[in-house]
Structures are given as C-alpha cells and as structure tokens.
Design a protein around this ligand. Structure first.
Ligand SMILES: [Zn+2]
Length: 463
C-alpha cells in the first residue's frame, strides 16, 4: 500500500506495521483492556490504533499475524549491571552475601576492558530482548583500563534496545573506609566531569527517546556524602534522573547506621536522593518511615527478586510499598547476582516471592505484569512506554501460546505467561522495528556474539 516517496521532497509517508489476530492483547492502558483477537496499527515508531483486528486498517507495509500469541507492552528493566554477564556463576562468588560477593568480584572486574563492556552489554541486551524486554537501564559504575559509558551506549544502538545508560561511580576505596579496593575507584572531580560529558553528548529528553542518561553513584558504601550531594545537584541541573542502590541487606543498613547514624532512607533524604526523579535499587530493608517518605515524594524502587534471593538479601516489602503508593519497577540486576536476564522469569519470581513473604494474595499475575511495564516506565520517568495505546511508542512483545509450556493453561493466557515456565519471546518490536522475529534475534548474530563473550569472560577471570 505504500507508495514510493519522491526523492528530494519532505512528504515522506510513514512506514506502517500492522499486528493482528493476537489470541489476547493486554493493553495495560488506563482501563487495563484485554482484547481477544486484538492488534495494533503502527506508523514509524508510534502506535496509531489499538483494538479488535477487524477494526484496524487491513493493509500495511508489513503485517504480522499473531494467531496463537499473547501480545503485551514491551517489558521495562529498571536495574542491571550488564558487564557482570562476564562473571556469572563465578565459583568464588556463588554462595556469598552482598559484601562478601562484592569483595570476591572487585579484583576480577578491575581487569575489565572497553571490548568487554561492549560485548557483555550486547550479550545482556540480547537476553533481555529475547525475553520481551524493550527498554533497559544499565548501571555501569566501574571504569578501569579506558572503559567509558560510551562503549555500552554504542552497543545498545547496534542491537536496537531503548536504553537508559547510568553513569555510575565509586570514589571511596578501602583506604578511605569503603568496600572496594582503591584500584577500582575514581577521583570525584573526574567522575563529575565525565558525567557532565556523557549527559551533554548523549541524553535525549524527547518523546520516544531511544537513549537517556542518568547519574548513579554506586551505593552509600562506595562513595562519599559529598559525591552523593554533588551528583544529585548535577543531575538536577540537567533534568536527568538519579539512580543508586539502597537498603539492600542487613549489612548495608548496619553500615549506614554506623557510618552516618541514619537509616538508609534518612541518608537518602539527607543527601538529596529523594524525589520523583530518583529511583533506588532493591530497598529490601526500607523501613515503614522510608516507605512513607518514598510514597509522599514519588521516589521509585527497582525491585530485583532473583538477586535478592540469590544473595539471601531478604524479601522486599513490595506489597506494602505499592499499597502506600511507592512507584515500583522490576529489575533483573547484574548478571553475576542473578545469573539470568530473563524478564518474564523475573515477573514470575516477583509474584512468587511476595507470596512467600506475605501470603498467596500478596501479588497476582496481572500486578506482576503491571510492575514490569507501567511500573518500570514510571520509575524511569516515561509516559511514552509501558502500555499499548495510541500515541505510545511502538514497543511490544508477543509469546507463542501453542508450545509445551502453556499446554493446559489457556483458560487465562495472560496469567499463564507469568505462572508457567518462563517463555522466550516470539516477537520483540522496539521503536517500531522488529528486533526478535519468530524467536530469532535480527539485529546481531547471536552465535559469534556468545562465542566472543565466552572468550572474553575466560580472559577476564584468568587474569
Ligand atoms: Zn545492582
């Protein structure tokens, strides 16, 4: 139906994509509509129409038939350290809690190279995209041997993922009472200067932006109070978001009380790390006063259930946070503390873990999906992703319900996606472009990527 554009004119017709006949379309729109036989009509990178397939246009430049599939908004990952894909399941760090785990890994990570950042970012993104995730943040806080945030930004552009790159940092080494060895920390003036550089070079605050930059001192036990304050002021002077780790486990809370005489939430407030432009990873041990503070101020949380179980950090009070009105998104966390970056699996674990902690009605499948879509969008400060509605970005994922995992579960196909064994995405579309087609990654050749990633992982650990 598209007519060729005339060279030299500006009246280019939009490229159109029609998606139709989904067994079930979960819109996550304001009315939470679920449409049997539903579909989407897309122009370039945005959704123009959503509804029953019969009510959509019948032609387009590309048509995808989703019979037998469940169609959902692209999942949003709000916390990750993609370089850690190189150190999954490292024997010395398999069975430790947070501080011991970090101490066993810092030395290995100090050998990270720019090529390793680039390849591990693509590997992590491939895994996310193939599990229906279309937007991810990444928190890169270690910059040895010439590594720069630019290396992960370039990797994201090549694979086609919507990306929130966080310029992390560590400035207090062991000699200053911090946890990391001095060899992996940076000078605070250099951190702030490089943070300014990447914001000015890359941050896009426009609607449908494929790339945004956030500011992220790693944690209260790796940077000074001054750097926390200055980072917050710098982020706000540019209107970019703030991200760090908070109240991850009991040792983290004890460090805060001992060193600062404050609870993690009080420390966050004292240093300017409260507000609707801030999101904190974990918050497993956020107390009631902290939950109230986060709710009043719109401060966000990235909930990372697999990592919290893996490191025995505890069960984050997501039920209480949500009831109080705290914005909560979902995060896979770094691959070395989760060892997987499968977003559907993460939804499942979020639902199951709340039940272990707080009873069978603590979270249902639809709420887990809401946290992984609308919740993540809010935590990242976006109103153009997380739902399928006219005017939203054309980011979606579809899962084939006809396979073994869903056999006998089609009474409720949407809940099946969360309850059953975590399925790979059959289709993942980001910004109107097909990135995963019938289960295959289209933008990067997977086999050579994995081979290269394994080679680099071996070299990193062997030293
Ligand atoms: Zn983390």
């Amino acid at each position: 139906m598209a007519t060729p554009t005339t060279a030299g004119t500006n009246d280019r017709k939009p490229r159109t994509l029609l998606v139709r006949n989904a067994a079930l379309l979960a819109t996550m729109d304001a009315a939470r509509r679920e449409i049997r036989g539903g579909g989407l009509y897309i122009e370039d990178n945005r959704i123009v129409a959503v509804g029953p397939s019969a009510e959509l246009p019948s032609e387009a430049d590309e048509i995808i038939d989703l019979s037998g599939h469940v169609l959902i908004p692209g999942l949003v990952n709000t916390h990750h350290h993609m370089y850690q894909s190189l150190t999954r399941v490292l024997p010395a760090a398999q069975d430790a809690e947070l501080f011991g785990w970090l101490t066993n890994l810092y030395g290995v990570w100090s050998r990270l190279t720019p090529e390793m950042v680039e390849v591990s970012t693509q590997t992590a993104m491939a895994e996310l995209l193939m599990s229906g995730c279309t937007t991810s943040s990444d928190h890169l806080y270690i910059y040895p041997n010439g590594c720069r945030l630019d290396h992960s930004i370039e990797a994201a552009a090549r694979i086609g993922m919507r990306f929130h790159a966080t310029r992390g940092s560590m400035s207090i080494g062991q000699s200053g009472g911090g946890l990391p060895p001095d060899s992996v920390v940076e000078r605070e003036d250099a951190i702030l200067a490089d943070t300014r550089r990447v914001i000015e070079a890359y941050h896009d605050d426009g609607r449908y932006a494929m790339l945004r930059v956030a500011v992220g001192p790693c944690s209260p036990f790796t940077v000074s109070q001054a750097l926390m304050r200055e980072s917050a002021a710098l982020a706000r002077s540019y209107g970019v978001r703030l991200h760090t780790h908070l109240a991850e486990n009991v040792n983290d809370v004890a460090y805060s009380r001992e060193k600062f005489g404050m609870s993690p939430a009080e420390y966050a407030e004292d240093t300017g790390w409260i507000g609707d432009d801030v999101w904190h990873a974990h918050c497993v041990h956020l107390d009631d006063a902290g939950i109230g503070l986060f709710a009043r101020t719109g401060t966000g949380v990235a909930h990372c259930p697999c990592s919290n179980m893996r490191l025995a950090s505890g069960i984050a009070p997501v039920r209480r946070m949500r009831d109080a009105g705290v914005p909560v998104g979902l995060g896979v966390d770094g691959s070395a503390s989760n060892d997987g970056a499968q977003m559907v699996g993460e939804m499942r674990q979020a639902m199951l873990l709340q039940r272990v902690g707080f009873g069978p009605d603590a979270m249902n499948a639809r709420e887990a999906l809401e946290i992984a879509t609308l919740g993540g969008a809010r935590v990242l400060g976006r109103d153009d992703i997380g739902a399928l509605a006219p005017g939203m970005a054309a980011d979606f994922a579809a899962f084939d319900l006809r396979g073994l995992a869903f056999a006998g579960a089609l009474h409720d196909p949407l809940a099946a996606l969360v309850f059953c064994a975590s399925a790979p995405a059959a289709w993942t579309v980001v910004d109107g472009k097909v990135v995963v087609r019938e289960g295959r990654l289209e933008t990067v050749e997977l086999e050579p990527l994995v081979e290269r990633h394994n080679r680099l992982a071996h070299a990193l650990v062997a030293g």
